[in-house]
Ligand binder design. Structure first.
Ligand code: 5AD
Ligand code: SF4
Length: 482
């Protein structure tokens, strides 16, 4: 992955494998689960559902796979290099299995459907393969493996949202958490494997979303991020809380409902789609102080012709219109993007259009990717991956450089000002510093100060910045809050 390296976990669309462990000590029954997750936030949220399902079976999580009875790797298929990393990791688990033949090794998530037979039969790397809609079946599948069989369930569902499962918060800071509000994707962008690996789009019952958010808030959490592949197309139709009438809830209405839980609970969401983000959503963000002024609105390309080939169903002009609406309705809103360099048949002029789009928007962050063909996608079937690798690399480098300059410029605008942040904990680099994000999702680091702790909102005066982080000190006086 040649992503722009931001020291920003919530943004990282393709996180490296991380072992997830429950913070609180759990009741032991002697069985231990090690689960490692790759890819998007949705995958990490799914691992919390898996941990919850297995916790009910008496499993506790461990951060050390050498002591595990069951090892799961929750996989990502979005780009070729993500798959490669998973394969390498599986060979390591394979070595552990040779040492401990009772160890159950399973592949979960997006690679399951595509590579099921390869994993189970040809490479004999794993005992079980389980797709993202089949996690309720895990206890039964583990028993099957323990009885000496291989186990597989990669069925995709039109209904499954795991609405009733209360995720076990793994590796959490106790302050910020993700809530899945929908699953799957119906968009069929031609480069994207997600509709094939995660299935049809379905929205989760809003009552269960609100209950989960309320429960988190009651437990001391101060920020929730509502997750979906395309949150703007969230739509739920069904009985109201008293089951007396049918209600319809769209994303703007859901945002408002979650915001009303408490003004002390911050709301974020990801990912928005340019074709679906409505002014109603923008007005909801503007209306509530606790809905953060930050929108991840992937453009993918600045050229209308390339956007059409990508099947994004909007043009350059449409995207610019949405940016103008954001600037008009939510002044000061941060905007980030995903950008693909070197999509099929992209010309030099079209690449320039991506760069001029970046100039127009002035993104606060961007995740940048070189196009990699994914088997089974519309692009793989219909278009030629004809941009030479070195051209892709060069275009990507130009995009990256521009983004680094723009990110720095954006952060410089905060220098000399005072920002309100939610303290998330100790900084990764030094335990003498604390860190947290401002409304616009910029990471702020400042020296730990007596009496200031995780979960508090504090004002920090920004003294300087790098291209990824604001550095400051706790503000005594508050001249101007951004
Ligand atoms: N090649 C490169 N980037 C891709 N993405 C999705 N599929 C591909 C692909 N085949 C990027 C898109 C998407 C992000 C999550 O990953 O930019 O928004
Ligand atoms: Fe993939 Fe497009 Fe759906 Fe995003 S919106 S998951 S890029 S198909």
């Amino acid at each position: 992955m040649i992503d722009l390296q931001l020291t920003d976990k919530t943004h990282d669309e393709e996180r490296q494998g991380e072992a997830l462990v429950i913070d609180a000590p759990e009741v032991r029954n002697g069985r231990k689960l090690y689960i490692e997750s790759y890819g998007c936030q949705m995958n990490f949220a799914d691992s919390e559902i898996v941990a919850s399902i297995l916790k009910d079976q008496g499993f506790e999580t461990t951060g050390d796979y050498h002591e595990a009875d069951v090892v799961f790797i929750n996989t990502c298929s979005i780009r070729e290099n993500a798959e490669q990393r998973v394969r390498n990791r599986l060979s390591q688990f394979g070595a552990e299995k040779r040492r401990n033949p009772k160890l159950v090794v399973g592949v979960l998530g997006c690679m399951a459907e595509r590579l099921k037979s390869k994993f189970l039969e040809e490479e004999k790397l794993v005992d079980m393969v389980v797709g993202p809609d089949a996690y309720r079946d895990l206890p039964q599948l583990i028993s099957q493996v323990e009885d000496g069989h291989k186990a597989i369930n990669v069925l995709l569902s039109r209904e499954e949202t795991y609405a009733d499962i209360s995720p076990v918060r793994l590796n959490g800071n106790g302050i910020t958490a993700f809530i899945s509000i929908m699953r799957g994707c119906d968009n069929m962008c031609s480069f994207c494997v997600v509709p094939f690996t995660r299935g049809r789009e379905r929205s989760r019952d809003p009552h269960s979303i609100l209950a989960e958010a309320q429960d988190l808030f009651d437990k001391g959490y101060k920020e929730v991020t509502l997750l979906g592949q395309n949150v703007d197309s969230y739509k739920w139709k069904g009985p109201d809380a008293e089951e007396s009438a049918e209600i319809e809830v769209n994303f703007a209405q859901l945002l408002e409902k979650v915001a009303l839980i408490s003004s002390d609970l911050r709301i974020r969401f990801s990912t928005s789609h340019p074709k679906d983000i409505t002014d109603e959503v923008l007005y909801a963000i503007a209306k509530y102080d606790n809905i953060c002024n930050y929108i991840h609105l992937p453009v993918q390309s600045g050229s209308s012709r390339v956007l059409e080939l990508m099947n994004r169903t909007y043009t350059r002009e449409w995207y610019i219109n949405r940016i103008d609406a954001i600037r008009r309705i939510i002044p000061g809103c941060a905007i980030s993007s995903d950008i693909i360099a070197g999509f099929c048949t992209e010309t030099e002029e079209e690449h320039q259009e991506t760069l001029t789009m970046m100039d127009y928007v002035g993104y606060d962050f961007a995740f940048t990717f070189s196009y990699s063909e994914r088997p089974g996608t519309l692009a793989a079937r219909k278009l030629e991956d004809d941009v030479p690798e070195e051209v892709k690399k060069r275009r990507l480098a130009e995009i990256l450089l521009k983004q680094q300059e723009t990110s720095l410029f954006r952060l410089q605008q905060f220098v000399g000002k005072t920002v309100r942040i939610l303290v998330e904990g100790t900084s990764k680099k030094s335990d003498k510093d604390l860190c947290g994000r401002n409304d616009q999702n910029a990471m702020v680091v400042f020296p730990a100060t007596a009496g200031v702790k995780a979960g508090q909102y504090v004002n920090v005066h920004i003294d300087r910045c790098t291209s990824a982080t604001l550095l400051g000190t706790i503000a005594v006086e508050v001249p101007e809050i951004v």
